[in-house]
Ligand binder design. Structure first.
Ligand SMILES: *Cc1c(COP(=O)(O)O)cnc(C)c1O
Ligand SMILES: [Zn+2]
Length: 424
């Protein structure tokens, strides 16, 4: 295993806790697993089978983790492994959502069912474990909400002080509450996410805290397991497409890396195509895609999907590689399309936060454009839990329209209840 700059190729020791090369390039982890694909698959499948037994057993967190099951491809070696445990998320299939999206074979991999309610836990368990193994004294992140919630929980698990920078007034209440509850020192910056990340990178360089945003290469390693676990759940038969909401592009990067590594190892024999979906008001990557990635853009981001309200995605270069390697596509969807998809997912009893619904809205759009064919198999990733952003749910249902059902106040009388029973 080695760590390498993706831009200039400079090599770093595995203990290195920085996120970027002096040249400005981001770092990548390269693995050289000693086992064959068949042997790895056997180990991964055996651990998956043992996971439910380990759940709830004292000290069983690592064995029960849907992340550490794949440790040979993430962070091998000894030392602290700080699992909650995370991963092992379900793939839902719901007729109503399939019909809405326009593909019969649609799986919804629900990453909102991680310990802190988003996929960020998968990256955080690996990055915090790496930091703790190699002498970190404090950790920090910039966040639109979920990264800070997750980092705060894992820092608490590791006994490390945590510093969180969020854009003031622009973080969903549930997420902010988590960071505060788990004990992070939370700073509300008068600026947007991109300002927070810039400040955080400067603080990491100047003040010696370990940066845990997704530019940290170990975050990417952990997030690869969304794809690895999904492939395992499908008996190592890849779908035709994987749709993912795209903000700072950590996941888009991680998915491409996971797929190429899985194919090169022989775990799978063909690559699914990645569909990265951005919100129209925060779509610099989609714009770049339309120039065949000849240009890179930075925009002032605005969307109801706060988790992907990012104007200058940090992992741009890695994500370009993912799209190219998988013959992927990048699409954008409006806030209205995102909320319509969310309402369908919510009403199916599954629920997700707004940014998550961008994946399903994107599939619908790509089916209508003829890019995804109705007969192809698709897995759409739901990135966060419905309770993360309760405000938007109540706001959506307080307006008039089909499928809206805001709560109604009534007098404490059976007569009033009866009227609603008859009407429904
Ligand atoms: C972080 C996050 C995203 C964006 O993922 P990136 O890796 O930054 O592209 C999407 N949805 C939710 C719920 C998130 O928390
Ligand atoms: Zn470099």
């Amino acid at each position: 295993m080695l760590v390498r700059c993706g831009a200039c190729g400079h090599r770093f020791p595995v203990e290195y806790r920085g996120s970027a090369c002096p040249c400005g390039g981001l770092l990548d982890v390269r693995h050289c697993p000693e086992r064959t694909a068949a042997a790895l698959r056997t180990v991964f499948d055996r651990r998956a089978g043992a996971a439910s037994l380990a759940r709830g057993r004292v000290g069983g967190e690592v064995a029960a983790s849907g992340v550490w099951r794949f440790r040979e491809l993430l962070l091998p070696g000894d030392g602290a492994t700080l699992a909650h445990p995370e991963g092992d998320t379900p793939i839902y299939r719901r007729e109503a959502v399939s019909r809405f999206a326009g593909v019969a074979d649609l799986g919804l991999k629900h990453e909102g069912q991680n310990p802190t309610g988003s996929f960020k836990d998968r990256g955080m368990t690996v990055a915090v474990s790496h930091a703790a193994r190699h002498g970190a004294t404090a950790v920090a992140c910039a966040s639109t909400g979920n990264t800070s919630a997750s980092m705060a929980a894992y820092a608490a698990r590791a006994g490390l002080p945590a510093l969180v920078l969020v854009p003031a007034g622009r973080v969903a209440a549930g997420k902010l509450a988590q960071a505060v509850a788990y004990g992070a020192r939370t700073l509300m910056v008068r600026g947007d996410f991109d300002d927070c990340l810039r400040l955080c990178r400067e603080a990491a360089d100047e003040l010696g805290v370990t940066l845990l945003n997704s530019i940290n290469p170990w975050r990417i390693e952990g997030q690869k397991t969304i794809v690895l676990e999904m492939l395992q759940q499908r008996g190592w038969q890849p779908p035709d497409w994987i749709a993912v909401p795209a903000g700072n592009l950590g996941n888009t990067s991680a998915f491409g890396k996971a797929l190429v590594e899985a194919r090169d190892l022989g775990l799978i024999d063909r690559l699914p195509r990645i569909a990265a979906i951005q919100a129209a008001g925060a779509s610099p990557f989609e714009r770049s895609y339309r120039t065949d990635f000849r240009k890179r853009y930075s925009v002032r981001a605005e969307t109801v999907a706060t988790a992907i309200r990012i104007g200058d995605p940090a992992s741009h270069d890695r994500a370009v590689r993912s799209i190219r390697d998988t013959r992927g596509v990048v699409a954008r969807v409006t806030d209205i399309e995102i909320l319509a998809a969310k309402a369908i997912i919510d009403a199916a009893g599954i629920g997700c936060e707004p940014a998550s619904a961008a994946s399903v809205a994107g599939v619908r759009k790509l089916v209508r454009a003829g890019t995804i064919r109705p007969g192809e198999s698709v897995v759409a990733v739901l990135t966060g839990h419905v309770l993360k952003d309760a405000e938007i749910v109540m706001k959506y249902h307080s307006t008039k329209g089909r499928g809206r059902h805001s709560p109604t106040e009534i007098p404490a009388e059976l007569r009033a209840v009866a009227r609603f029973v008859r009407a429904s």
